[in-house]
Ligand binder design. Structure first.
Ligand code: SF4
Ligand code: FES
Length: 239
């Protein structure tokens, strides 16, 4: 076990725990955008920064990837920390001016709505955090999406910005996306799901008749697990 102090509170945490996890276990809130328990943290958004004091040295670190250490004192709300978070949010607001999530986070931290940086009108709401890509790769195992192009032109989506044959329409990427960038919609009375430019036929529950999952997703689960397709034809509520 490791002993540290977070916001003046003495905390004992398991070695290998991140500062973010240790703080959350102790009811201390650190804002995050690109963090999700189901996938390895990437440290992409930098919103979770905190200030760590080790001896006489103080520095800003990314709490979702920085591991607890014996004897450190962590400040999650120092002026320096809040200043970095505000700057991060200003940059994110400029990158994704239509994201309500980012606007709300910025307002909570007192970031002025006037823009210091020129807004980028072409990027939608994507902050390039990789959560969708990692969820598709590590949780679903489909690896249907990734990044295309480089630098300022970098965008997320199916390879070569074409329809992805590997996509099963599960929507896990859309659920994981923290900013609402990924559009997923139902069509034809719920019998279709549209995502990443493709339309998936939805399966109806064999008990209640409600459309509940794309047929491609059920086939994918059946292939992976060996469970016969007919045994997957019942929705969660009817199981
Ligand atoms: S689409 Fe959403 S989850 Fe994917 S990289 Fe962009 S912001 Fe992150
Ligand atoms: S939540 Fe830690 S960098 Fe995004």
């Amino acid at each position: 076990m490791v002993n540290l102090v977070i916001d003046g509170k003495n905390i004992e945490a398991e070695a290998g725990t991140t500062i973010l996890a240790a703080a959350r276990e102790n009811g201390i809130v650190i804002p995050t955008l690109c963090h999700h328990e189901s996938v390895e943290p990437s440290g992409a958004c930098r919103l979770c920064v905190v200030e760590v004091a080790k001896g006489t040295r103080k520095r800003i670190v990314t709490s979702c990837i920085y591991l607890v250490e014996d004897g450190i004192a962590v400040d999650t709300k120092s002026e320096r920390v809040l200043g970095v978070r505000r700057l991060v949010l200003e940059l994110l607001m400029a990158r994704c001016p239509t994201s309500e999530v980012i606007k709300e986070m910025a307002a909570e931290l007192g970031v002025a709505p006037e823009k210091r940086f020129r807004p980028d009108k072409d990027k939608g709401k994507c902050v390039l955090c990789r959560l969708c890509v990692k969820t598709c790769e590590d949780v679903v195992g489909a690896s249907a999406i990734g990044f295309s192009f480089r630098g300022k032109d970098k965008i997320v989506g199916p390879p070569f910005v074409e329809d992805s044959a590997a996509c099963i329409g599960c929507g896990a990427c859309a659920y994981a996306c923290p900013t609402g960038h990924i559009e997923m919609a139902l069509g034809s009375g719920g019998s279709e799901r549209k995502i990443w430019g493709r339309t998936f036929k939805m399966a109806a529950c064999s008990v209640c008749g409600r459309y509940f999952a794309p047929e491609d997703q059920l086939q994918y689960i059946s292939n992976k697990t060996g469970v016969p397709l007919k045994d997957l034809a019942v929705c969660m509520s009817c199981r």
